[in-house]
Design a binder for this molecule. Structure first.
Ligand SMILES: *Cc1c(COP(=O)(O)O)cnc(C)c1O
Length: 207
């Protein structure tokens, strides 16, 4: 996945011409503007997923402009996306964001939490959402061993959840960014999310 946050719509098109087809954006408003700058055929040539935290009040707008939400972190949000996608006659691909370290600012579902179990139990009824797997962000500034252990934990959790919920196909592991994608691949990442290493340094800090 090419992470195009802070870069203009033209950057997505240029990357798409080089063969990249899946893009990650972290803000609803920012991508709404880029999307408006693209012709309909240009927009259709790209697959764009939200990878940043989504507030419930922006779920309907997100369902409209994105092809997938890789940062799903609550049942309430899933239900809002389900109803928005249903009204749009659209199917949205989703990943569950998992929080594997206890950094206070971090969002995501904790392994073994009631919130995660409940969401997985209800997932088969959310017919407009295609649950594809798990996503995580490794702790900032961790040493390589700790980073790798975090990625391994996500893979083991995926294997465990696949056994517990055979009706769901949770194959995807979205993990690894510019600084740690090699470790993520070694631990089985199926979708690295690379921004800086593709597009260069971002001029505006993005959360
Ligand atoms: C910005 C961002 C990335 C990409 O980070 P780089 O270090 O620029 O590759 C990946 N995942 C998420 C969730 C991000 O917000």
């Amino acid at each position: 996945m090419a992470v195009s946050k802070t870069h203009p719509a033209q950057a997505l098109l240029a990357a798409s011409q080089l063969g990249l087809t899946l893009f990650g954006e972290n803000r609803v408003q920012e991508f709404a503007q880029k999307s408006a700058a693209l012709a309909a055929a240009e927009r259709r040539s790209l697959r764009v997923h939200l990878i940043g935290h989504l507030q419930s009040n922006k779920a309907a707008r997100a369902a409209e402009i994105f092809d997938g939400i890789d940062s799903l972190d609550s049942l309430a949000l899933a239900q809002r996306l389900q109803s928005a996608a249903t009204s749009l006659g659209k199917s949205l691909s989703v990943l569950l964001e998992i929080k594997l370290s206890d950094e206070p600012t971090k969002t995501g579902l904790a392994p073994g939490s009631h919130a995660l179990d409940e969401l997985l139990e209800r997932a088969p009824d959310l017919t407009a959402l295609r649950f594809g797997g798990l996503m995580t962000i490794a702790p900032l500034d961790a040493d390589p061993e700790a980073t790798r252990a975090c990625f391994r934990s996500l893979r083991l959790l995926r294997d465990q959840l696949c056994r517990a919920h055979p009706r769901l196909a949770l194959a995807e592991l979205s993990m690894g960014m510019s600084g740690d994608f090699d470790l993520a691949i070694a631990e089985g990442s199926t979708r690295i999310r690379v921004g800086t290493a593709l597009f260069g340094q971002r001029s505006t800090p993005a959360a």
